[in-house]
Design a protein. Structure first.
Length: 266
């Protein structure tokens, strides 16, 4: 109990050293994301013509286009108000959790991400991930038998993947830096921690296979990208040579491009 209390005091003490502008910027970021999602949904319901929505926003599996592959991830079912409500609550909760973990808790215990890691990661998530998630959706449509798709949940699962990435990174660092390391115990601990973290999440996502209108594959793809892409971003930002940076950038491009366009040839 004393150790837990000491850790909590250390975390709270560290939180007080963070400039107020950091908290204000984060608050503005969260409010901005929520406001954009709400305004876009309002525009679809009351401003944008239905024909334009069907042609260029709602993702049609038979005739996908770049516009719908991007914008459909920010659109919600206009006939189901709970769709945007649940996604908004989930997204805000995950953004707060990532902020608390990545900006306060983990740095307070000695685990820091590279400078500007979060702005770069979020830029990839919100600007590039929609194409990859939509590509997975179009590919999986022939399996699930769905004709149309929309929703922010794929990106939400990417945010959850980011949170898991942060926690695994912190745990791996703590284990690898342990002064009393044993090779076999170390390997066992890392593998066990990975499986214990990923299997329950995967099983939880697969439970939605019982619901035909939920694209489980897009959720799995979003979660996987949310795990993999932040690691590539971190490696690229800490690379010491130009060649290493180019190699990581190429890997990142492939990871996003393959699901974005792979459905065309598969």
């Amino acid at each position: 109990m004393a150790s837990a209390g000491g850790n909590l005091a250390s975390i709270l003490g560290y939180a007080k050293t963070i400039p107020g502008s950091v908290y204000l910027h984060f608050l503005g970021f969260v409010v901005g994301i929520a406001a954009l999602l709400v305004f876009f949904q309002y525009s679809i319901l009351y401003i944008i013509p239905a024909g334009f929505t069907l042609d260029y926003i709602y993702l049609n599996m038979t005739t996908p286009n770049p516009s719908s592959m991007f914008l459909s991830n920010y659109m919600h079912n206009p006939f189901d108000q709970t769709h945007i409500t649940s996604n908004l609550l989930t997204t805000i909760s995950l953004l707060v959790a990532v902020f608390l973990a990545g900006t306060i808790v983990l740095p307070a215990t000695g685990y820091r991400m590279p400078p500007k890691f979060f702005p770069v990661t979020y830029s990839v998530f919100f600007l590039l991930f929609p194409f990859a998630i939509s590509g997975i959706t179009v590919w999986s449509a022939r399996i699930m038998g769905i004709s149309w798709s929309s929703g922010f949940s794929g990106i939400s699962y990417a945010l959850f993947g980011l949170l898991v990435f942060l926690m695994l990174g912190w745990a791996y660092t703590a284990i690898l830096e342990s002064p009393n390391r044993d090779t076999y115990r170390l390997a066992f601990a890392l593998l066990s921690m990975t499986f214990v973290s990923l299997i329950p999440v995967t099983a939880f996502i697969l439970l939605d296979l019982r619901t035909k209108n939920i694209n489980v594959y897009a959720h799995l793809g979003g979660f996987a990208l949310g795990l993999l892409v932040p690691s590539l971003v971190a490696v690229g930002m800490t690379a010491e040579t130009k060649g290493e940076k180019v190699a990581v950038a190429a890997m990142l491009a492939v990871v996003i491009l393959l699901p974005s366009v792979g459905w065309i040839v598969v």
